[in-house]
Design a protein around this ligand. Structure first.
Ligand SMILES: Nc1ncnc2c1ncn2[C@@H]1O[C@H](COP(=O)(O)OP(=O)(O)OP(=O)(O)O)[C@@H](O)[C@H]1O
Ligand SMILES: [Mg+2]
Length: 294
């Protein structure tokens, strides 16, 4: 009797799997965790991420990710479209909180502080972990006010002279001061795309972040503006940790010290950028960087 029941169950399973569509197959793959190859962890990390899962509704987008962000490093996140790079990046300053269907579980810390703890206020957190988006998005305000806004709302300056100084230093660090100093009261949206992106970087810097997240910050820029941003990223590393998502492997190679390869929600491989690009250990990483996938 029992055997018959088993056979019936197997038959049912068989019928179900025949009608399983490809998207369900993809979800099954996602649920099977792939171990991360290489070394995702560092000594004295600025940020730590452990056992991180992200779901949109019941669809898993990040599958048990564990990785550190070191102090004063640029770490690049690469991988095919839809593999979860932006989703993971947004976990690092709780930007996913703004997406209603999105649920994040796991442990993410900055300087040992659990950023998902109940008592954490996301406004100061997003000052500590700033973000620069793919498309430059200056506020509809003057260049000056774009940079001054953060220090004002976070109470980082006592008077106008102090705010002036923060605005000047931030624009200098962002490599925009010379181009902007004579037009500080003109709208930020009147700048070129590359200048707007540097303005957004100045805005992020103005609140003294520890980490800056950049999601394809050059994809809307021409090669000259891109070169300026890349040069800037190299300088910013002296003061901050930078996590950059990029589709350009040349860019990852130029600006980052470590690279993480994402694939269908898994962090497949993490290592020194040079090694990842010259001697990848995982077949999926090799397929991607040699152009066979993605
Ligand atoms: N707001 C959302 N609601 C539902 N699903 C989402 C949402 N944002 C992303 N996803 C899904 O999560 C998965 C990962 O998307 P994500 O945008 O993180 O990928 P990505 O690696 O940044 O891709 P790209 O390189 O194209 O920017 C995809 O399957 C995507 O469709
Ligand atoms: Mg993305």
């Amino acid at each position: 009797m029992e055997a018959t029941l088993n056979i019936n169950n197997d038959n049912v399973t068989g019928i179900n799997s025949e009608v399983t569509d490809l998207s369900q197959e993809k979800d099954k793959v996602l649920h099977k965790k792939r171990e991360t190859v290489g070394n995702p962890f560092v000594e004295n990390p600025r940020m730590t991420c452990r056992d991180v899962f992200v779901y949109y509704g019941d669809k898993m987008a990040i599958n048990n990710a564990g990785i550190d962000v070191a102090c004063n490093e640029v770490i690049a996140m690469i991988g095919p479209s839809g593999c979860g790079k932006s989703t993971f990046l947004r976990c690092l300053n709780r930007m996913n909180d703004t997406v209603e269907s999105c649920r994040v579980t796991g442990d993410i810390r900055i300087d040992g502080m659990d950023i998902y703890a109940k008592n954490v206020d996301v406004v100061p957190l997003r000052a500590r972990v700033g973000m620069v988006f793919q498309k430059p998005n200056p506020f509809p305000k003057s260049i000056y006010d774009n940079v001054a806004y953060g220090p004002k709302i976070h109470g980082l300056a006592q008077n106008k002279a102090e705010i002036d100084e923060i605005v000047e230093t931030s624009l200098k660090k962002a490599g925009l001061w010379e181009e902007a100093k004579d037009r500080l009261n003109q709208p930020g949206t009147g700048l070129s795309g590359g200048q707007q992106q540097r303005l957004c970087i100045a805005r992020a810097i103005a609140v003294s972040p520890e980490v800056i997240l950049m999601d394809e910050p050059c994809s809307a820029l021409d090669p000259i503006a891109t070169a300026k941003i890349e040069g800037l990223i190299a300088e910013l590393r002296q003061h901050y940790s930078i996590v950059i998502v990029t589709h350009s492997m040349q860019q990852a190679a130029r600006v980052s010290q470590r690279t993480a390869y994402f694939h269908l929600g898994d962090i497949i491989e993490v290592g020194p950028t040079e090694r990842i690009f010259t001697n990848p250990r995982h077949q999926l990483t090799e397929d991607y960087i040699t152009g066979r996938f993605g």
